[in-house]
Design a protein around this ligand. Sequence first.
Ligand SMILES: NC(=O)C[C@H](N)C(=O)O
Length: 522
Amino acid sequence: MRRLSAFPPASANVATILATPSQRDGHAITVEGSIRTIRNQKQRSFVELGDGSTAYTLQAVLDPQLAEGLGTGTSVAITGTWQAAPPQKEQPYELKAKAVKIIGAADAEALTNSIMQKYPIQKKYHSAEYLRTLPHLRLRTPVNALLARLRSECDYHLASYFRERDFVRVQPPIITSSDCEGAGEVFTVSSKPSSARAKDEVEATDSEKDGFFKDPKFLTVSSQLHLEAFVHEHQKVWTLSPTFRAEKSDTPRHVAEFWMLEAEIRTESLKDVMNLIEDMIPDLVGKLQDAGFMEEILYANRGAESANAEGAQFPELLRNRWQRLMQTPWPRITYGTAVKRLHEALDSKEAKFMYEPSWTTGLQLEHEKFIATAFGQGSPVFVTDYPRQIKPFYMLPSTLENGVENPQNNTVACFDLLLPELCEVVGGSMREHRLQQLSQSMHHHGLNVPAAGVLGQTITNSEVLPSSERGNLEWYADLRRYGSVPHGGFGLGFDRLLAYLSGTSNIKDVVPWPRYHGRCDC
Ligand SMILES: NC(=O)C[C@H](N)C(=O)O
């Protein structure tokens, strides 16, 4: 039997009141929120009240004595009559206040003798860089409130998407023993003794001297390997979890801590993995369009973004972006085709690149941008089958159209999904599920080869050491050693997708507390 929830149902917030303003015409209402701005005139004060439910504000009109002690940032409950505003007003209705209760004082207090200070985010243009210095306070701005809502809504829809398709949501570890991508961009975890303890090293226990764990451990760069452990039992799994990369590049597309949506499925075909993404993203975008706040994202004033030359076209550009995401199928080209096209573009002077495109160096951002435009023309593009030597150890060799392994064995069954302008947002592959081939690949990548996993040898259980005494990827080899099935999966940069969906040009502005080289505020 279902229990009735004791949590109060949603009360009228600013969004619901503004959505159907005439419904409350002449009613006495109380609205809670914080003051975005206050304008004091001789006869009246005008308060713009916001509450995070919408980027729009509700206007309250106050007699001067009710406005005492109010300032930007003050949290209030205003009770009054909801009534038609004079005809020239922007909003058709306003709240004629009868009583104001201060729930949390701010700003106006700063002008008296308290220790509080003037609210640092005023109703004027603040650059994105300035707001980034106040990550904890910019959360109170309308645009950031919208972005938080978008994040929450996407999480919800994606969870429903996977659940409806029988995926199990799993929670892989954050602290790991391996660098899954082998790119050397790991943060090492240490538990240094506190300074008081450090002075008295003699008293520190062995584990404190060596660090908490016996060997160096890392913050995860990808949950993929752990998802692979789950997929054997569950067939289809996914997670949305924090991921860490000590990447020093300070670009609008990188942060050191981000959320990655990763899924792993039992399949024999890379196409199934791409098909999943090509279904999941349009499904998400379609559902988001029903949410009222998406309209607000189109028109929200976002400082620099709205102020630039494209500001006026922003809503149209963004709406078009959402449409293109929903139009499938998306083009799929091989890495070989992409590199050939880049060379053609160079030869015909159609494009200039800072970096010469080549088979072995991978695609630079400028190359990806060109490919996304040339092949996608506004649509996302899958680039598949990259050279083995530039991809991690765990990828399965490419297969030809007829399902036969690529005889040259120089490419792997993988893809990157490029979005116009933003470029790589998803990376995925089929995983090498055969122990001996995995060992060989690890050998090629200079990794410790799993015990007795050398080609042509077999192992017995007696050779298996306890996990604490085995190489850090032995457990991963076990997933093959004790029976394995063909499988593949992908990782989607969740914050990058949110930036793309919301038209935010720098990922640091969709991540509430961005961490990047030299910065980890709050
Ligand atoms: N789960 C994945 O396939 C993501 C992949 N390991 C990456 O980091 O790009």
